[in-house]
Write a protein that binds this ligand. Structure first.
Ligand code: NA7
Length: 541
C-alpha cells in the first residue's frame, strides 16, 4: 500500500496514527490509515489478531449476525474469495477470517502484540499524544484510533471465596487455547447471557453433570443455523453489492427490515405467521418484526407471549420452564440470545438449573458452590458473567487530555460524546463503536468501517486546512448525548437492567449507551456534520 504522506513531517513522532486493538475495527483502521499514507503503529493485548474472536473461544461461540453480513465490505475481492461455510459462523471460522485479512493485507507487521496501552497524555504544544505502554515503552503519535472493543473487559464477579475453588476455573471471555474437556466432569456455569447460553448445550453433551446457576433468565431464539450450499453462495455473490447497499441503509447493518405496517391493522392469523417467520429468521432478528415491538408494551407483550409458548413447547418440566422464562424485561430490550439447543438441554437428566433468585450463592468453596439451600460439588467452574460494556475498556486507560481530566472522570456521570466518535477534552482521539454510536446495536464490522472512514476524513480535513488538532465541542457533545438519550427514552430499552444501560456493573451510571436511532440515520447525521465543515468540532494548531 502506498500513497502520499499527508501528515506533517514531524520527526518527534513515532507514527501519525496509533491504533489500539487488532479486532475487526482495529485491523480496518490500520489498513485504511496505511492506504492514505499515514505511518501507523498498532497495539494489541493478545498475541495475534481477532479481538473479541481471539478471546471468546469457548465451545459454541458464534456470532449472532449472519456471516455474509458480519464481514468486511471494503474490498470486493476479499468478499468474493472468502467462502463462509455456515449461516452463522463459529468462533474458529471468524478468527480464521480475521487472520486471513491480516495476512492478505499484510497488517500484522504494523502491530506490537502482547502489549497494552496503559496511559496517554496529550501534549498541546506538540499536538501529539504521548502513549505509555504497559511494558514500559513510550510512543508519540499525532492521532489515536481507539478500537479496543465494546465487550472486552470481562467481569470477575465479587463472590466470596472465589479464589478458594480447587477445581478448574474458566472464564468464557478468556478461554484457553488448549482443548478443554468436560468428559465425566461435574461442571458448573455461572451466567446465562449469550455466552452461557451458547456453551451450556455443548458442555452438557459430555459432562457427567452440568449445573447452570441462573440469576436472571434470558430470552433466546434458536439460530436455525445451517450450512451455506454452493447454489445459495452463488446467489449471494451475485447480489452482494445490493445486499451491502441495503445494509448501510438499514437500522441494524444487515438487509433485514421490519414490516412497516401497524400491527393492529394486521389480522391475528397473519400476525401469527409473521411472528413465526420472525422466529425462523433466528436470534436477534426476532426483535425486528414490527416497528413498535420494543417501543410499545402491548406489541411487545404479543412477542413475549409467542416466545414463551415456544419455550414451553420445548421444556418438558413445567416449573423448570417457569424458571427459564424471563418476567423482568420486555423481549428484545436485553439482547436476545441466539442458541443452538439451549432450552432442550434442560430436558437432559444430567443438567440441573439452580435458580439463584430463590437459592442465592452464599460462597464459592474449595469443593464448589454453596447456595443457601445446597452445596454443589464441582470439578470445573465456568464464569460467563459478562463485561463492563462499552465504557469499561477505554476508561481503564489513563487518558489525559490537555485539561488533565481522565476519561473515567469525564464520564463519571455517563459517557458524553460527539457522534460517539470524539469526546470533548480529548483532541485527536477517536473511539470506534463506542457509546453514542450505533455500536452493539448494529453490525459491528460495517459500523467500524463507517466510523474509521469518517474519522480518517476528519483527520485529512484537519491537515488540509493547516491544523494539527481537532476536538469535539462541549455544547455539540451535550446536544448529541441528549439526542441519544431522547431516542432511547422513547423505547422500552431504558426499563431493562441490561449492560446497554450499564446496569450489570455496580456503581456505573445508568444510561442507555448506544445510539438507537439506527445505522442509516446515524450515517446521515455523520454526513450532515461533515457537509457543514465538521460542525461541532473545533480546530487548532
Ligand atoms: P451478559 O449478557 O452480560 O451475561 C452475563 C450473565 O452473568 C448474566 O446472566 C448475569 O446475570 C450473570 N451474572 C453476572 N454476575 C453474576 C453473579 N455475581 N452471580 C450470578 N450471575 C451473575 O454477558 P455475555 O458474555 O453472556 O454476553 C454479552 C454479549 O456478548 C451478548 O449480549 C452478545 O451481544 C454477545 P444478571 O442478568 O446480571 O442477573
Amino acid at each position: 500500500m502506498t500513497g502520499p504522506n499527508i501528515s506533517p513531517n514531524d520527526n518527534s513522532l513515532d507514527c501519525d496514527v496509533l491504533v489500539v486493538g487488532a479486532g475487526f475495527a482495529g485491523l480496518y483502521a490500520v489498513y485504511a490509515a496505511r492506504r492514505l499514507g499515514h505511518s501507523v503503529v498498532g497495539i494489541e493485548a493478545g498475541d495475534d489478531v481477532g479481538g473479541t474472536w481471539y478471546w471468546n473461544r469457548y465451545p459454541g461461540a458464534r456470532c449472532d449476525v449472519e456471516s455474509i453480513d458480519y464481514s468486511y465490505s471494503f474490498d470486493a475481492e476479499l468478499q468474493r474469495d472468502w467462502r463462509w461455510t455456515e449461516r452463522y459462523a463459529t468462533q474458529p471460522e471468524i478468527l480464521a477470517y480475521a487472520r486471513h485479512v491480516a495476512d492478505r493485507f499484510k497488517l500484522r507487521r504494523h502491530y506490537r502484540f502482547n502489549e497494552r496501552v496503559a496511559a496517554a497524555s496529550f501534549d498541546e504544544a506538540a499536538a501529539a499524544w504521548t502513549v505509555q505502554l504497559a511494558k514500559g515503552d513510550r510512543l508519540r503519535a499525532r492521532w489515536i484510533i481507539f478500537a479496543a472493543g465494546s465487550l472486552s473487559t470481562p467481569i470477575r464477579p465479587d463472590i466470596s471465596g472465589i479464589d478458594d475453588f480447587a477445581g478448574e476455573m474458566l472464564f468464557t471471555a478468556r478461554w484457553p487455547e488448549e482443548r478443554v474437556t468436560f468428559d465425566g466432569k461435574r461442571v458448573g456455569i455461572i451466567g446465562t447471557g449469550a455466552s452461557g447460553i451458547q456453551c451450556a448445550p455443548i458442555i452438557a453433551q459430555t459432562a457427567a453433570k452440568l449445573t447452570v446457576f441462573q440469576r436472571s433468565p434470558n430470552y433466546s431464539v434458536p439460530a436455525f443455523n445451517r450450512a451455506l450450499p454452493d447454489d445459495e453462495w452463488a446467489e449471494i455473490q451475485a447480489s452482494y453489492s445490493e445486499r451491502r447497499r441495503q445494509s448501510f441503509a438499514s437500522g441494524g447493518g444487515s438487509p433485514h427490515e421490519v414490516d412497516p405496517r401497524e400491527i393492529w391493522d394486521i389480522d391475528e392469523g397473519e400476525r401469527a405467521s409473521l411472528f413465526e417467520n420472525g422466529w425462523k429468521k433466528g436470534g436477534v432478528l426476532f426483535a425486528k418484526i414490527f416497528p413498535k415491538q420494543t417501543m410499545d408494551e402491548r406489541v411487545n407483550a404479543l412477542a413475549r407471549d409467542f416466545a414463551e409458548k415456544k419455550i414451553r413447547a420445548i421444556v418438558r418440566d413445567e416449573s423448570l420452564a417457569d424458571d427459564l422464562i424471563p418476567t423482568d424485561h420486555a423481549i428484545g430490550t436485553k439482547r436476545i440470545c441466539t442458541d443452538s439447543g439451549y432450552f432442550e438441554t434442560f430436558n437432559r437428566d444430567n443438567v440441573e438449573l439452580v435458580n439463584l433468585r430463590r437459592d442465592p450463592i452464599i460462597e464459592i468453596t474449595e469443593r464448589g458452590v454453596r447456595t443457601r439451600n445446597a452445596s454443589h460439588d464441582l470439578d470445573m467452574l465456568i464464569f460467563a458473567t459478562g463485561f463492563d460494556a462499552m465504557t469499561g475498556t477505554i476508561t481503564r486507560v489513563d487518558f489525559r487530555g490537555p485539561g488533565g481530566q481522565s476519561m473515567a472522570e469525564a464520564w463519571a456521570d455517563g459517557p458524553k460524546t460527539m457522534l460517539g466518535l470524539m469526546v470533548p477534552g480529548f483532541p485527536n482521539l477517536f473511539n470506534i463503536t463506542g457509546p453514542g454510536s450505533p455500536s452493539v446495536l448494529t453490525n459491528m464490522i460495517l459500523g467500524a468501517e463507517q466510523h474509521v472512514n469518517w474519522a480518517l476524513g476528519l483527520m485529512s480535513h484537519t491537515q488540509q486546512k493547516g491544523y494539527t488538532m481537532v476536538e469535539a465541542r462541549r455544547d455539540a457533545a451535550d446536544a448529541w448525548t441528549a439526542h441519544v438519550d431522547a431516542i432511547a427514552s422513547a423505547t422500552l430499552f431504558t426499563q431493562a437492567k441490561s449492560w446497554y444501560m450499564g446496569a450489570n456493573v455496580d456503581g456505573k451510571k445508568r444510561t442507555f449507551m448506544p445510539y438507537i436511532g439506527g445505522f442509516a440515520a446515524y450515517i446521515r447525521e455523520c454526513e450532515a456534520v461533515r457537509a457543514e465543515g465538521y460542525k461541532g468540532f473545533v480546530f487548532a494548531s
